[in-house]
Design a protein around this ligand. Structure first.
Ligand code: GLA
Length: 690
């Protein structure tokens, strides 16, 4: 809902439980009024009527209060917008008009030919904000920095910052610490979202998992990015974020050109960290993830088991075993194309390797379909090996600086996707590939960062940082439109490209290359702060864990850990015993039963990953599912009862595992003992309201 003050200079956006308000002064300064619980227009007007605090000569009256601080004038905070023309630098805007369009508010400002549109849209209780900048003049305008939004928090003491940090194979781990004066800056200068930080922050003063106010912000962008959280001298906190890591130049807009920033979404919740996560999940399922009400299938992928050593017969045999364990989607990972028998060659040549797949992919795909499964493949379209036909034909299609070494990571170079010819090549290759065989799923990988982001011959080469991402989005949009039944997974060496931008164009994400079921608990705990189980791919692999740490764990523990998201199997099924395969079949069957509740339900984190016992609960309608995992038991310490959440205290629930009847009030207040013992024990508890 959008309400507008009588003077046409106060705007109030409201969702079911929250409101956001802003106002324009007579001097066209756009000031923040409110972000928090739902208020009435009269409340916003009362806030606008409060006298401005008194300021001394060394301070700015605007700092900490503006919706979108531009560079220049009486401001000392980090500018969200920094613009340079031949004549001047900075912005001094005049308000032109506002447009109200359903749930969306647009405020238009202008400064010497540059049109600046601030967009606000309520989606449930999530406020989406972004900016469009259009060069309406004759001369070029350089955008040194153009953030998507600045968020302003209410004046409180003792703000804490939560963030999700990590590295390859250890992504999205939650840390929480007090905010001190100055700025905390997170981001990526790597060309992709990065393993190091998810583009999300949350701020609170005293929240717990169950209660308290939490402010969260998440950026919908899959390239380099920056979020700066500033604790200003007068206790104001502002969060500014957008594309690009620094202020050295994002784009140059020629006359008539436009730049649209990514969306920077904000959510206020008073339901604690758990309530905030559930609201983010609901938002993504409703507005971001394509076809979120369609549950994701159980997949098999042999990457961990076989690496590059694949053949058609071996994949066919694995497919037979996968089908027998109830798998629904069989994926051929890296190694099926070009000369790709190791990571040294072949990237860029998207035709089946003639030795490995002499008849192309269709015969295997047909067999996989005949086994009752969907068929999927791995690609890494944005990259090229120097040892490839593509690179030999077009060495100038990669990002590079003339006269400098072309840095290789994993023996590969980054294609310059900002180039039209590269985009067209990839479109033709991928469209041809998807037309050549009945392919239902594409795992789209990105396995190295930008290092030599040069574009010889282009007048403004640094635009490739933004244009690469725009081209990636364009390619995905075009492929999805042409092949609507194909699902896409975003992967970047595991979780290096997880953000709301990629999530609006892919069906799930590869959470991490770390498939160790214990390490995964911390990764999944962090991931769940913002993203729902519906997109969180998780595989059961071998024990000892071959990929990373050699940990030995039970099949039961591995399955229950992976059932917290979109279940997959990635172990070497050729080596699994008949008993293991039969046990796997039972777990897969069980997962299919609980899948709607896991993938579409509300998530409650009952116990975090630290300590011996970890548990999550999902609730959908009358059904609840608890996944409980005990890492190790100490003598004399039985696993404690789990106090359940999200149930009706006046209802009665039947436990599907034991047949036991439980009263909702008892489950909520006293809890349920998971009955776990020893090391790496785990269980699934299903409850149904009767
Ligand atoms: C990345 C992915 C893996 C696998 C390999 C293949 O590392 O994260 O899952 O697909 O690439 O080269």
């Amino acid at each position: 809902m959008l309400e507008i003050g009588a003077d046409g200079r106060i705007w109030l956006l409201s969702g079911p439980g929250s409101s956001y308000a802003l106002r324009l002064t007579d001097g066209d300064e756009l000031l923040h009024l409110h972000w928090g619980p739902r208020i009435a227009l009269a409340d916003a007007e009362a806030l606008a009527a409060l006298p401005a605090p008194r300021y001394w000569p060394f301070e700015s009256q605007l700092d900490g209060h503006e919706e979108y601080p531009v560079e220049g004038g009486p401001r000392f905070v980090r500018p969200a917008l920094s613009v340079r023309t031949e004549k001047r630098r900075g912005t001094e805007w005049a308000f032109e008009a506002y447009e109200a369009d359903g749930e969306e508010l647009r405020l238009r400002f202008t400064d010497s030919g540059l049109l600046i549109n601030l967009h606000y849209r309520m989606r449930g209780d999530v406020v989406e904000r972004w900016v469009t900048l259009a060069n309406d003049g004759a001369a070029p305008v350089e955008l040194l920095r153009a953030d998507a939004a600045t968020w302003t928090l209410p004046e409180r003491e003792g703000w804490r910052l939560s963030q999700l940090h990590g590295r390859w194979a250890a992504e999205s781990r939650l840390v929480r610490s007090g905010l001190t004066y100055g700025e905390k800056v997170i981001g990526s200068r790597r060309g992709h979202t990065g393993h190091q930080h998810l583009p999300w922050v949350a701020l609170d003063t005293d929240a717990t998992e169950e209660r308290g106010e939490v402010y969260g912000c998440a950026l919908a962008w899959s390239g380099s990015w920056r979020i700066a959280v500033a604790q200003l001298p007068d206790a104001q906190v502002q969060i500014t974020g957008g594309a690009g890591y620094d202020d050295s130049g994002l784009l140059r807009l020629a006359a008539g050109e436009t730049y649209t920033t990514p969306v920077f979404a904000g959510l206020w919740s008073d339901g604690g960290f758990g309530g905030a996560s559930r609201a983010w999940h609901a938002y993504q399922r409703a507005y971001v993830i394509p076809d979120a009400d369609r549950d994701r299938p159980v997949l098999y992928n042999s990457w961990e088991a076989t690496g590059f050593g694949i053949s058609e017969d071996q994949q066919r045999e694995l497919a037979r075993r996968a089908a027998a364990t109830g798998v629904e989607l069989f994926v051929v990972d890296d190694g099926w194309f070009g000369a790709r028998t190791s990571d040294r060659a072949g990237l860029g040549d998207w035709t089946p390797n003639p030795d490995r797949f002499p008849g192309g992919l269709k015969p295997l795909a047909d067999d996989v379909h005949a086994l009752g499964m969907q068929f999927g493949i791995w690609v890494e379209p944005e990259m090229v090996n120097a040892d490839s036909d593509l690179y030999r034909a077009h060495p100038d299609w990669v990002q590079y600086q003339p006269g400098r070494r072309r840095t290789e990571f994993r023996n590969q170079l980054v294609l310059n996707l900002a180039r039209d010819d590269v985009q067209e090549y990839l479109w033709e290759q991928l469209d041809g590939l998807l037309s050549s065989a009945p392919i239902d799923y594409v795992k789209w990988d990105f396995n190295r960062c930008f290092t030599d982001a040069g574009w010889p011959g282009d007048a403004y080469p640094q635009r490739l940082w933004v244009d690469h991402v725009r081209a990636l989005y364009g390619l995905l949009d075009r492929l999805r439109a042409a092949h609507p039944s194909v699902a896409f997974e975003s992967c970047s060496g595991g979780g290096g490209r997880v953000d709301l931008g990629i999530m609006s164009r892919t069906d799930q994400v590869w959470t991490s290359d770390n498939t160790d079921p214990l390490d995964r608990l911390a990764i999944q705990h962090g991931f769940s702060q913002i993203h729902p189980a519906r997109v969180m791919a998780a595989w059961v692999t071998d024990s000892p864990n071959t990929q990373l740490n050699g940990r030995v764990s039970s099949l039961r523990f591995r399955f229950v850990s992976a059932m917290a998201g979109v279940l997959g199997v990635g172990g070497d099924l050729a080596e699994w015993t008949e008993e293991e395969l039969a046990e796997a079949r039972d777990w897969v069957d069980l997962y299919k039963e609980i899948r709607p509740v896991v993938q579409r339900g509300d998530l409650y984190r009952l116990r975090g990953p630290e300590g011996g016992l970890s548990a999550v609960q999902y609730v959908l309608g009358d059904e609840a599912v608890v996944l409980a995992l005990l890492q190790a038991q100490h003598h004399g310490e039985p696993a404690p009862p789990l106090r359940l959440r999200g149930l009706d205290p006046s209802a009665t629930y039947e436990c599907r595992e034991t047949g036991g009847i439980h009263r909702g009030a008892v489950l909520l207040h006293h809890g349920l003992r998971p009955g776990l013992h020893g090391d790496f024990d785990a269980t699934v508890i299903r409850l149904r309201r009767i």
